[in-house]
Design a protein around this ligand. Structure first.
Ligand code: ZN
Length: 224
């Protein structure tokens, strides 16, 4: 933007526009010090041989009107009706657009973080369920006598029926394709509730029976 302005307006044009009297050879009385005799050379740039003031058209306007570089640039664009694309032109429609995009980005980021958190919670809950089932298989494994008597602990039956399906869900969450993972994620509440219920029910039946189960046989699958 600055270069475009400098290409479009020389310091001499600007100085003249802002009321500086420029004599032959581009010499003018310096507006930046108390100059009685023209000691400033004004052309594409300006240089004062009296006070050393020096710069380009933007510096000139800055010094003359006590502006920063950007404000000076905008002033030149306005005063000389320059057709230069500036950030200022963005400030209405495009600025709103930019803010809207920024907000949308933030919103998506929030969703992404929430998803990641929820996913971790699901993964961790299924991991807990798997460990419980795995431990039940070790802890409640029937003895030979219990097998023969058909006296299989409910914990064990539940664990045998459900450990592998839970393991499969964990495998999918860890190594599945995005679509498979999302499919599991979508149903996470039902999945967690369903396995938690199975665990609770099995534990309930086990304590309710206190070791006796008259109608039992040794087919764990029937609980599935
Ligand atoms: Zn000067």
């Amino acid at each position: 933007m600055f270069q475009e302005i400098k290409d479009a307006v020389s310091t001499r044009e600007a100085a003249s526009f802002y009321g500086l009297k420029i004599g032959r050879g581009g010499m003018a009385c310096c507006p930046f010090h108390d100059d009685k005799h023209p000691s400033m050379k004004v052309d594409a740039r300006f240089h004062c041989f009296g006070c050393g003031a020096d710069g380009d058209v933007i510096n000139f306007v800055q010094k003359m009107f006590s502006l920063d570089a950007k404000q000076a640039a905008f002033k030149l664009i306005d005063d000389f009706h320059l057709n230069i694309d500036t950030k200022r032109k963005e400030s209405k429609h495009e600025k709103n657009q930019r803010i809207r995009l920024q907000k949308e980005k933030e919103r998506k980021e929030k969703i992404r973080v929430a998803y990641a958190e929820e996913f971790r919670r699901f993964r961790s809950r299924m991991g807990d369920i798997f460990r419980t089932l795995h431990n039940w298989i070790l802890d409640y494994e029937p003895t030979r006598e219990q097998w023969e008597a058909g006296n299989i602990d409910e914990h064990y039956i539940c664990a045998i029926n459900n450990r592998d399906p839970v393991d499969w869900i964990l495998e999918t969450l860890d190594f599945g394709e995005d679509a498979e993972i999302y499919e599991q994620y979508k149903h996470r509440e039902e999945t967690i509730a369903s396995y938690e219920r199975k665990l609770t029910d099995a534990a309930g039946r086990a304590t309710g029976r206190s070791g006796e189960r008259p109608s039992s046989n040794s087919e764990p699958e029937r609980i599935a």
